[in-house]
Design a protein around this ligand. Structure first.
Ligand code: SF4
Ligand code: SF4
Length: 369
């Protein structure tokens, strides 16, 4: 397969140009004018962050994307689907409040916000994909009916998938709530009794009350109730909860990839990806805080290939040196930081996405000033 082109603006600008302008210019290089036609409804897929989180993509960059889309005749709107877990984005009202709280208002972005799967997560469309895991996947209707899509992604680690890039943003992000449930269904946490201090932090975090502290002073998971969101894994301060990652995490990543296939179906040539490899936190932006970045800020990437852009982001973080004082401390250039930190092989999604025909892991990195 021919290598995909991934455009890269390093965080340092020798010409002292603003990264806002450079990020917009990357999109142009990646094919904005070809992807967007006059009058296209353009879904700009974002993660609006949670209140207290600071890792999500800064609205000033999103405004630049909006401006560029309008310049080529598109009609952009910002979108994401509701979450499965208890938090600030589980329905459209809370979700919009959260987005506004984090600075994504029409006044600043100059584009409307549309929650892709509606008020309560049920406004979704069954998209046939004929995958290994699913015959069809349920995607938020606003994303399905949009003419084109630009996924703007903050690259980070993830407790359940190891790596959070464009594939995770689109596949998990645009699945409606029931789709998210189906993706997580095989993810089962296990408690290591010797490490558990019975602090009950996981009990408080579990969205469905699946965890209790047993008479032996060890956390217990009720697998009849657990839906596999993975929150307890990240919540435990003593690393006492892990997943059977060799099977579960791989399965989860493959299911996410199949939801990407549903989200981009019918949009051939009309999807672009813009990924920020900055403030690379070890955990997802679904948390109400952001842990110290594991590597120095690296830059911004753009591509029309969702697999290549994730591979490039992953490789750039692998090539960087872990930051002292972070969970990347002591990891040199060449160390797979996402796997080392999360215990999950985050590269599985890219391999399956390539196998599935969504793109290629072979890429040419083109540096743009
Ligand atoms: S037990 Fe853990 S993985 Fe299961 S629902 Fe609760 S927080 Fe999520
Ligand atoms: S958070 Fe960890 S240490 Fe605390 S009760 Fe849960 S499993 Fe045990």
């Amino acid at each position: 397969m021919t290598p995909a082109q991934v455009y890269f603006a390093p965080v340092r600008s020798k010409m002292k140009r603003s990264m806002i302008t450079r990020a917009g210019a990357l999109l142009e290089r990646a094919g904005l004018k070809t992807a967007i036609a006059e009058g296209d409804l353009v879904a700009i897929k974002l993660h609006f962050g949670e209140q207290g989180n600071t890792g999500f993509v800064n609205p000033v960059f999103v405004r630049e994307v909006v401006r560029r889309v309008k310049d080529v005749g598109g009609r952009p709107f910002l979108t994401d689907a509701n979450t499965l877990y208890r938090g600030q984005r589980a329905n459209a009202v809370d979700h919009l409040e959260c987005a506004l709280h984090n600075g994504f208002s029409y006044a600043t972005i100059e584009a409307p916000l549309v929650i892709a799967d509606g008020l309560d997560g049920r406004d979704a469309v069954d998209v046939p994909i004929g995958g290994r895991h699913f015959e069809s996947v349920r995607i938020g209707s606003a994303a399905v009916y949009a003419d084109a899509m630009i996924a703007v992604t903050h690259v980070k680690g993830h407790e359940a998938t190891g790596f959070g890039g464009a594939i995770k943003n689109v596949g998990m992000g645009l699945g409606c709530r029931s789709a998210k449930q189906r993706m997580h269904a095989d993810f089962k946490p296990e408690v290591t009794a010797e490490k558990c201090t019975a602090c009950a932090r996981c009990v408080k975090w579990c969205p469905v009350g699946a965890i209790t502290i047993g008479p032996d002073r060890v956390a217990r998971v009720d697998y009849e109730v657990c839906y596999g969101c993975g929150e307890c894994v990240a919540a435990c301060p003593y690393a006492a909860i892990a997943t059977q990652w060799k099977t579960d995490a791989n399965m989860l990543q493959e299911k996410i990839v199949e939801h990407v296939a549903g989200a981009v179906a019918g949009k051939g040539g009309k999807t672009l990806y813009l990924s920020f490899v900055t403030a690379v936190s070890p955990d997802c932006d679904c948390w109400s805080f952001s842990d110290a970045p594991i590597v120095p800020d690296i830059g911004v990437l753009a591509s029309e290939d969702i697999v290549a852009i994730d591979q490039a982001a992953y490789d750039l973080v692998t090539a960087a040196v872990g930051l002292p004082g972070s969970r990347g401390e002591g990891m040199g250039s060449g160390a797979d930081k996402f796997t080392a930190i999360t215990g999950v092989d985050g590269a599985r999604a890219m391999a399956y996405a390539e196998e599935y025909g969504l793109g290629t892991r072979e890429y040419e990195l083109i540096t743009v000033e």
